[in-house]
Design a protein around this ligand. Structure first.
Ligand SMILES: NC(=O)c1ccc[n+]([C@@H]2O[C@H](COP(=O)([O-])OP(=O)(O)OC[C@H]3O[C@@H](n4cnc5c(N)ncnc54)[C@H](OP(=O)(O)O)[C@@H]3O)[C@@H](O)[C@H]2O)c1
Length: 345
């Protein structure tokens, strides 16, 4: 059987893309290096149904609220799994990917707990939610003692999408560097998680296994890829059931300052088709919405346990919230890796 990667998408709600917001070198999501590794073509040609990869976008995409054409019906997703018994802890829920994870889980009526450095951000982003559905706790992952053990009580699943900028920026203020966040923060978090956990999903990055090689070494000038890899390895050795998602360069959003309804209407524009690989060979870009959905899907798909996936998105239709289609995508990546790849790092 040919190992063909199926390409699917997040369902179609259209947005307009504005290129007014220029990328800044100081932003992790704004790798303005002339030849960003995230934009390099894969050395290993992935077999995809739609290879219409969007090339070289140099501007951050911004959602223009007034042009959102979504209907609320399109965004309704019902959680069919035993959501009543599920309590998902999200760390980094105020970030670009994290707020989409939170909004989408709220839309699925999944109980959530957020660990935020500034709990007030939850109200700004998600409005006043019922405590039965959304609990917010204060904590900084860099300081193990800062995290009250009660944060982890009853938690069944965890999605960690914390991060900081790859290059020095104001977001490093107070020593919030890649070393502190992507390594020490992840280590502290993982060390505190209950052994009864059903799944830990960690958002990392493509290129973490190649941080000594050009062009990744440029991205890694301040260690972001190295420290993300250290965080990954700690997760792998933790004995906890994990899935690691490594996005390419993130596009769309962040949607900070939008309210929950707007977040739910955010879309990946035309970039809805999903490409998943293994073995750290994939390069390119991916919509934050696609990454958020991948994290949510991985929580419940048994065979993604213990696996690491790279993820991109390209122009085309895609899986939306259809679990069967996501299973096909994850499975295809594993088949391709088994058929053609070296053991996934
Ligand atoms: N940008 C890219 O192109 C790219 C490419 C590949 C992978 N990634 C990775 O993908 C992930 C998601 O990216 P993103 O753009 O959604 O991230 P983001 O918008 O930068 O959000 C980062 C989140 O981490 C939280 N955080 C930072 N330091 C923390 C700390 N010490 N303790 C607790 N929480 C902390 C932030 O909270 P505050 O609100 O308190 O700051 C925020 O919620 C990150 O790991 C990023 O490195 C990004």
């Amino acid at each position: 059987m040919a190992a063909e990667l199926a390409v699917h998408s997040i369902p179609g709600i259209s947005i307009s893309i504005s290129g007014r917001q220029k990328l800044k070198l100081s932003d992790h999501q704004a790798f303005t290096l002339p030849r960003s590794p995230y934009l390099f073509r894969p050395k290993f040609p992935l077999l995809v149904k739609n290879r219409n990869v969007v090339k070289g976008e140099k501007h951050l995409r911004a959602v223009e609220e007034e042009q959102l054409q979504a209907s609320a019906v399109d965004t309704q997703v019902s959680e069919t799994d035993p959501s009543s018994s599920k309590l998902v802890l999200v760390i980094g829920g105020s970030g670009g990917v994290g707020q989409l994870v939170v909004a989408s889980l709220l839309n699925r009526n999944v109980k959530l707990r957020l660990l935020l450095r500034d709990p007030q951000k939850a109200t700004t982003l998600f409005g006043n939610q019922n405590e039965d559905i959304l609990q917010v706790r204060k904590g900084d992952t860099r300081n193990a003692n800062d995290i009250d053990p009660s944060v982890f009580e009853g938690v069944t699943h965890v999605i960690c999408c914390t991060g900081t900028t790859a290059f020095p920026s104001r977001r490093w203020d107070g020593d919030n560097t890649p070393e502190r966040v992507d390594w020490e923060g992840v280590r502290n978090l993982v060390s505190s998680l209950p052994r009864t956990l059903k799944r830990l999903v960690l958002v990392s990055s493509v290129g973490v296994t190649k941080y000594n090689e050009l062009p990744w070494s440029i991205m890694n000038l301040f260690g972001v890829l190295k420290f993300k890899k250290m965080g990954e390895d700690f997760v792998r050795k933790s004995g906890l059931p994990f899935t690691i998602i490594r996005p390419g360069r993130l596009t769309d959003g962040p949607y900070t300052s939008y309210d929950l309804n707007t977040l739910l209407k955010a879309t990946a524009g035309e970039r809805r088709a999903v490409v998943i690989g293994q073995g750290d060979k994939l390069v390119g870009e991916v919509s934050r919405l696609v990454v958020a959905e991948a994290c949510i899907q991985a929580l419940d798909i048994d065979f993604t346990e213990g696996q690491t996936y790279e993820i991109n998105s390209v122009v085309g239709e895609g899986p939306g919230c259809d679990t069967e289609k996501w299973k096909e995508l994850f499975r295809s990546a594993q088949i391709q890796q088994m058929a053609f790849g070296s053991p996934a790092p």
